[in-house]
Design a protein around this ligand. Structure first.
Ligand SMILES: [Ca+2]
Ligand SMILES: [Ca+2]
Length: 71
């Protein structure tokens, strides 16, 4: 089980509108900041990959689970 607080700061940086969810446009912005810009379709696909409960958005739990699995 991932420690959510460990990832909360990173999550907040990505969640630029502070609604507690990472959307596809926010994912696209993150990749741009990381120097690996992706288009809207790729951003949607990236969100879908992390989206465990299928609501089309990434919450902190899903984000933390992904980062923990990819360390
Ligand atoms: Ca958001
Ligand atoms: Ca979700």
């Amino acid at each position: 089980m991932a420690d959510l607080t460990e990832y909360a700061a990173t999550f907040d940086l990505v969640d630029s509108d502070d609604d507690g969810m990472i959307s596809a446009p926010e994912m696209a912005r993150l990749m741009e900041v990381l120097g690996r810009p992706i288009g809207p379709d790729a951003a949607q696909a990236a969100v879908a990959r992390l989206d465990a409960n299928g609501d089309g958005l990434i919450d902190l739990e899903e984000f933390a689970a992904y980062l923990a699995a990819n360390q």
